[in-house]
Ligand binder design. Structure first.
Ligand SMILES: Cc1cc2nc3c(=O)[nH]c(=O)nc-3n(C[C@H](O)[C@H](O)[C@H](O)COP(=O)(O)O)c2cc1C
Length: 216
């Protein structure tokens, strides 16, 4: 049940030697691909890395976080800005059965097509969409007994940090300028089981009724 996965999921940062099977990695990815997205644009690509040398370089790009190199596999979550190009955007809409009039309406409306607003706005929308896919993958991993951690502290166009590590990571993964390595999802079996501790803000602190300040 999805609630079990939500309740039990935690970031797992230390892994045993046991490798995660390809079939299991594929199951996790398939859950990500089922995520909802803006006009179903699916602006993502996922590169699975199992090669130790590549994992070590990614670990450097990720502020030397050890779980990246120690993971059995790393799913590199790539924000693919190409998805918003007219041809690609139109293609997904066509696949959904949207006719030419609807497609043109969407493509020419800045509320629906962020690429009309600019690169920054498009990037924001892309990152928003990817969060759903990554969230789904973390829940599926939990369901399959695989530990994972989202690693967002990484040298990339968003953090504008460490140009060299960012370039190396992009080259290793074969990314173009319009493909941004947003985050890594490290996968592995937890080395020693630890309980899930949910340290969260109180319900009243973050939920209101009708207007901020009135408890629900
Ligand atoms: C977008 C994003 C980026 C994150 N980046 C990192 C990271 O670089 N390193 C890390 O150790 N944890 C990272 N985390 C994990 C969070 O620290 C973690 O989810 C949070 O502390 C709550 O703990 P929990 O996942 O165990 O519930 C990231 C989480 C998200 C959602």
């Amino acid at each position: 049940m999805v609630l079990n996965a939500i309740t039990n999921r935690k970031s797992v940062r230390t892994y045993s030697e046991k490798q995660v099977e390809d079939s299991t990695i594929k199951e996790i990815l398939k859950a990500g691909l089922m995520a909802p997205s803006w006009v179903n644009v699916q602006p993502w690509h996922f590169v699975v890395v199992k090669n130790q040398e590549t994992k070590e370089k990614l670990s450097i790009a990720a502020n030397n976080q050890n779980m990246v190199k120690n993971a059995s596999a790393v799913i590199c979550c790539i924000a693919d800005m190409n998805a918003w190009d007219e041809k690609n955007f139109s293609k997904v809409m066509e696949k959904q059965g949207r006719n030419a009039d609807v497609r043109n309406y969407i493509l020419s409306n800045p509320v629906l097509n962020p690429s009309l607003l600019g690169e920054y706005e498009t990037l924001l929308r892309t990152v928003e969409q990817m969060s759903y896919a990554i969230g789904y993958m973390t829940l599926r991993a939990e369901e399959l007994g695989v530990g994972c951690c989202i690693v967002g502290a990484i040298a990339n166009e968003l953090t504008q940090k460490d140009g060299e590590a960012s370039i190396t990571a992009k080259e290793l993964l074969g990314l173009s300028d319009k493909q941004i390595l947003l985050s890594l999802l490290t996968l592995g079996y937890e080395k020693e089981h630890t309980p899930t501790i949910k340290s969260r803000k109180n319900f009243e602190e973050v939920v209101s009724l009708e207007k901020i300040g009135k408890n629900f």
